[in-house]
Design a protein around this ligand. Structure first.
Ligand SMILES: O=P(O)(O)OC[C@H]1O[C@H](OP(=O)(O)OP(=O)(O)O)[C@H](O)[C@@H]1O
Ligand SMILES: Nc1ncnc2[nH]cnc12
Length: 219
């Protein structure tokens, strides 16, 4: 019998399909390495671990919003490691060259630097308005429960740099859209976006197009 976790889709794949995809992609070019085989085998339980460490709070911060809380992931070393392992696996399979990880204020800061360090690249902050010193570039955007303005330091990203954008959660897509806009203004190349959680019914993925959003858990 399949559990609800096993049935849950991963970026449009079921967990077992995802494992196959990793195996097929690896087998396509050359024989799967030991590392790739190990990653494929371990992904399923890592996803289950991540899923188990997400809580839901109804009517927070506003009535009608079901808030998905990632704090238990941070409190559990194995779950946090699983998140970074899964992101790293995705990046190594999907992207040849990454220059920078760009994280969103505030919860993107919890995962972004850890991933950047794993990949051996730098981390850039996109912050809410008024938090960054020096010359900045800004863009305003809508949230599931309000409005905000995002900024990046003008010299944070050079033209032509290949960046991956990371956050904890995709809801309406306003935040990731704003991040992509900021990167466009900086003439950086957005390789894609990554989140721990995607709230599918809000269709945020459409707002971020043509950029892709890779997610670990979907509701
Ligand atoms: O897809 P969207 O509708 O744009 O929503 C997603 C964003 O909303 C939350 O951040 P929030 O702005 O609440 O800030 P926080 O991380 O500082 O709590 C979340 O961490 C994402 O950044
Ligand atoms: N439902 C939600 N849960 C947690 N963070 C969010 N950011 C936007 N919508 C959210």
């Amino acid at each position: 019998m399949r559990t609800s976790v096993q049935r849950r889709a991963v970026h449009g794949w079921t967990l077992s399909r995802r494992k196959r995809e990793v195996e097929e992609r690896s087998a396509g070019s050359e024989q799967m390495s030991t590392v790739q085989a190990g990653m494929a085998a371990g992904s399923e339980s890592k996803l289950q671990l991540v899923h188990k460490h997400i809580r839901a709070f109804p009517d927070f911060p506003k009535k009608g919003v079901l808030f998905r809380d990632i704090c238990p992931i941070l409190k559990d070393a194995a779950a946090l490691t699983a998140v970074i392992d899964l992101f790293e696996e995705h990046v190594r399979i999907s992207h040849q060259q990454v220059d920078l990880i760009v994280g969103l204020d505030a919860r993107g800061f919890l995962f972004g630097p850890l991933l950047a360090q794993r990949l051996g690249v730098g981390f850039v902050l996109i912050r809410k308005k008024g938090k960054l010193p020096g010359a900045t570039v800004s863009v305003s955007y809508d949230l599931e429960y309000g409005k905000a303005e995002a900024e990046v330091q003008e010299d944070a990203v050079a033209a032509g740099q290949k960046v991956l954008i990371i956050d904890d959660l995709l809801a309406t897509g306003g935040t990731l859209y704003a991040a992509c806009e900021l990167m466009r203004k900086q003439q950086a190349e957005v390789l894609g976006c990554m989140v721990v959680i995607e709230l599918r019914e809000l269709n945020g993925i459409d707002k971020v197009k043509p950029h892709s959003v890779f997610s670990l858990v979907q509701y």
